[in-house]
Design a protein around this ligand. Structure first.
Ligand SMILES: Cc1cc2nc3c(=O)[nH]c(=O)nc-3n(C[C@H](O)[C@H](O)[C@H](O)COP(=O)(O)O)c2cc1C
Length: 300
């Protein structure tokens, strides 16, 4: 029998949604919607914000939504609740990504508190990184973070990945719809979504001193994509705690033939994201849409 408890207020849950939307997303598309029902937060993928050219299957959308789910989990735990999370709870409704329910008051452990505190500090850094290698112990912490969310993270040869990335870029940019979509999301107009010009960076992503890692899952279903997103975000927040800068790089995974060549084509591993990791200067935060644009009003 579950004893009754005072459930978190709507204001506490709305603060947790605020933490969720600090997550990274493909081109800062912020492709999510939230609803608060009693002690639960429901997370949905917003079909209007799926990037048809870069992400026809919606894989990167669910990776982005998965990253938001990890933030939501950490924020709910930090708010003092044990939680239950159901991924894809309604098979008839594939955009219904998750339902996270506060089930009992429980203090958060130290790691959860630190990762939650890192949420507002994590950001994508596309600038040059210092020519300082990332210590093996830090790489091990990142690998452990991925493993905790059922994913693997493998160090790859930057020159090999650079060649694959160039080939992916050539193929993608040869498509009109891809170029149009890229311009829509990275163009110059000031908005509350998309990648602003100042965040674009100009550093070569795969220099000889760069650490490149590939995040992979065993399967390649929508559930695996949500897991990959949660793993990505746990890795990024762990990197933030370790003082490391990060850049997710998705183009090599967007072209099937290039994706298959990442990780040397190891059987059973499905690459989901390339990650550049190193030491960089702190740079600014990209904009986010207002909470009332993504959180359905009470009673809806
Ligand atoms: C699925 C996914 C794919 C991404 N792909 C790239 C990429 O190829 N290149 C890049 O510079 N950033 C990429 N990013 C980072 C986003 O552009 C970034 O998260 C977004 O602009 C918000 O900025 P922030 O991470 O600083 O909060 C990706 C992020 C996600 C979640």
């Amino acid at each position: 029998m579950t004893r009754s408890f005072a459930p978190p207020s709507r204001r506490v849950l709305a603060d947790c949604v605020r933490a969720a939307i600090a997550a990274p997303s493909l081109h800062n598309s912020q492709p999510w919607m939230f609803r608060i029902t009693g002690p639960a937060v429901e997370v949905r993928a917003d079909p209007a914000r799926r990037l048809a050219a870069a992400d026809p299957a919606g894989r990167e959308q669910l990776i982005s939504v998965g990253a938001a789910i990890l933030n939501l989990r950490l924020a709910l735990r930090r708010a003092g609740y044990r939680i239950e999370v159901h991924l894809l709870p309604d098979p008839a409704d594939p955009d219904f990504a998750a339902r996270a329910v506060a089930v009992h008051p429980a203090p958060a452990d130290e790691l959860t508190t630190s990762l939650a505190a890192a949420i507002p500090h994590r950001h994508t850094n596309r600038d040059e990184f210092a020519r300082v290698p990332v210590p093996a112990a830090a790489l091990a912490r990142l690998r452990d973070a991925a493993a905790k969310e059922d994913a693997t993270l493998t160090v790859s040869d930057p020159s090999v990945v650079a060649e694959l990335a160039r080939s992916a870029d050539r193929r993608l940019r040869s498509q009109d719809d891809y170029r149009r979509e890229l311009l829509r999301w990275t163009g110059p107009e000031a908005r509350h979504d998309g990648v602003p010009g100042w965040a674009a960076g100009s550093a070569p992503m795969f220099g000889p001193h760069t650490t490149i890692m590939v995040l992979a899952t065993d399967g390649d279903t929508p559930l695996d994509w949500l897991r990959a997103g949660q793993a990505l975000q746990r890795v990024l927040l762990t990197a933030t705690l370790l003082g490391l800068a990060t850049t997710p790089i998705s183009q090599p995974v967007e072209v099937p033939a290039v994706r298959a060549a990442l990780l040397g084509g190891s059987a059973g591993a499905c690459p989901q994201m390339v990650l550049r990791v190193g030491y960089g200067r702190v740079c600014g935060r990209s904009p986010r849409r207002a909470l009332d644009e993504v959180l359905q009003p009470e009673g809806d």
